[in-house]
Design a binder for this molecule. Structure first.
Ligand code: ATP
Ligand code: MG
Length: 328
C-alpha cells in the first residue's frame, strides 16, 4: 500500500475551506492507503499563540479529525510535537534549502505582512519543517489544498536534491489536490483565501458553526451587482459560492447555473447555506460526543505518537548516517 501524509495546524477550529479543500478527502483515502495524519502544533507557533488556548485547540482539532471520519484504528493520527523526528530532520533539510527559495514562498510573504511585528525565523523556515513532516515518513501522496502547492513543490525539490547529493533516500511525494474546491475564498473578501486565523469570523464558516450562524454568514457573503448566478471571471464572490455548492452537491457549474436561472442571489445563498449546514451537522454532533471522552482522546494520541515515532525512526537514522554523523 502507498503511504499518505497530511497535517493541519491547530490555529483554530477548521473552516469550510480546510474541510472541502483537504480533510473531506482524508477519510475515504484510508481504505486504499496507509494514512498518517497530524495536528501540526509546531507549525502553529510560527504565529504567537496563547499556551492554554493552543493546548485546548490541539485537542479539539484532534477530536475534529475523528469527527470528520479519520479512524484512529485505521490511520496513524498524532500530534506533531509528540514525534521529535520532524524537528530533527528539519534541521538537516534546512541545510539543503536555499535562502532564495524560501524567500519566494507566497505564504511567508502573506503571513509576514499580517504579522509585521513578529517575522520570526520559524515563519521563514516553515516549508522546511513541512518537507520534513512528509519526507520523514517517505509519503507517496500528500492531500492538501491548492494554497500548499508551492510548499509541496519545494519539498519535492529538497528531496530530489538530497537524493542527488547522496543516493536515493527520500520518496519524492506527489500532491493530491481536489479539482473543485481546491481553494475556498473568504466570504467577506472573495479575493483572499478562507483562513481559520482570519480575525473576522464572518469571512469563514467554522465547521462547528450552528445552522443560524451558517445561514447568516452566507446571507451576508460579498457578491456583485449583476444578479446572475453564473461562473465568470470577475465574479469572485459568486464563483466561490458556486464552488462550495458544487463541491458538496457534486453538481457541475452548468447544472447550478440552470438550477438558478431567473432566481436571485438570495435564493442561491440560502441553498448554499442549507447544503453546508446539512453537510456539517454530523461532524458537529460527533465532535460534541468525542469531547466528552477525554480519556479516549488521550489514549488515541498516545498510541498515534508511538506509531509515528516508530515509522520515522529508520528514515532519520539513514539520513544521519548519510550526512556523516557518528552512530550512537
Ligand atoms: P492558517 O490561517 O492558520 O494558516 P489555514 O486555514 O490556512 O490556517 P492550515 O492548517 O494552514 O489552515 O491548512 C490545512 C489544510 O487546509 C491544508 O491542506 C491547506 O491546503 C487547506 N486549506 C487551507 N485553507 C484553504 C482554503 N481556503 N481552501 C482550500 N483548502 C484550504
Ligand atoms: Mg494555512
Amino acid at each position: 500500500k502507498k503511504r499518505i501524509f497530511s497535517g493541519i495546524q491547530p490555529t483554530g477550529i477548521f473552516t469550510l475551506g480546510n474541510y472541502l479543500g483537504a480533510i473531506k478527502n482524508w477519510g475515504p483515502l484510508q481504505d486504499e492507503y496507509n494514512c498518517i495524519y497530524s495536528i501540526v502544533d509546531q507549525h502553529a507557533i510560527t504565529v504567537r499563540q496563547d499556551p492554554a488556548k493552543l493546548r485546548r485547540q490541539s485537542l479539539e482539532c484532534y477530536a475534529l479529525l475523528i469527527a470528520c471520519g479519520i479512524d484512529p484504528e485505521k490511520s496513524v493520527l498524532f500530534i506533531q510535537s509528540h514525534n521529535p523526528a520532524h524537528a530533527q530532520l528539519s534541521w538537516v533539510l534546512g541545510c539543503f534549502t536555499q535562502f532564495g527559495e524560501l524567500s519566494r514562498m507566497t505564504q511567508f510573504k502573506d503571513k509576514s505582512q499580517k504579522n509585521a511585528d513578529n517575522i520570526n525565523a520559524g515563519l521563514f523556515t516553515y516549508p522546511v519543517l513541512m518537507a520534513a513532516d512528509i519526507l520523514v515518513y517517505n509519503a507517496d501522496l500528500v492531500p492538501v489544498g491548492q494554497d500548499q502547492k508551492q510548499h509541496l513543490e519545494l519539498a519535492r525539490d529538497i528531496a530530489g536534491r538530497f537524493n542527488g547529493v547522496y543516493s536515493p533516500t527520500f520518496t519524492v511525494p506527489e500532491g493530491y489536490i481536489p479539482k473543485t474546491s481546491a481553494k475556498i475564498m473568504s466570504l467577506t473578501e472573495p479575493g483572499k483565501k478562507m483562513s481559520k486565523s482570519d480575525p473576522n469570523p464572518n469571512g469563514y464558516i467554522s465547521i462547528l458553526d450552528d445552522v443560524d450562524t451558517i445561514l447568516r454568514k452566507f446571507k451576508r457573503a460579498v457578491t456583485d451587482s449583476d444578479g446572475e448566478v453564473c461562473y465568470r471571471a470577475g465574479k469572485d464572490g459568486i464563483n466561490n459560492l458556486m464552488s462550495i455548492y458544487a463541491s458538496i452537491t457534486g453538481k457541475d457549474f452548468a447544472a447550478i447555473e440552470s438550477e438558478f436561472t431567473g432566481k436571485g442571489y438570495g435564493d442561491f445563498k440560502m441553498a448554499v447555506g442549507e447544503c453546508v449546514a446539512d453537510c456539517l451537522r454530523p461532524v458537529r454532533e460527533d465532535f460534541a460526543r468525542l469531547m466528552g471522552d477525554k480519556a479516549y482522546l488521550q489514549a488515541c494520541y498516545t498510541k498515534g505518537a508511538e506509531s509515528a515515532r516508530q515509522l520515522s525512526a529508520k528514515c532519520l537514522r539513514k539520513v544521519y548516517k548519510k550526512v556523516g554523523f557518528i552512530e550512537l
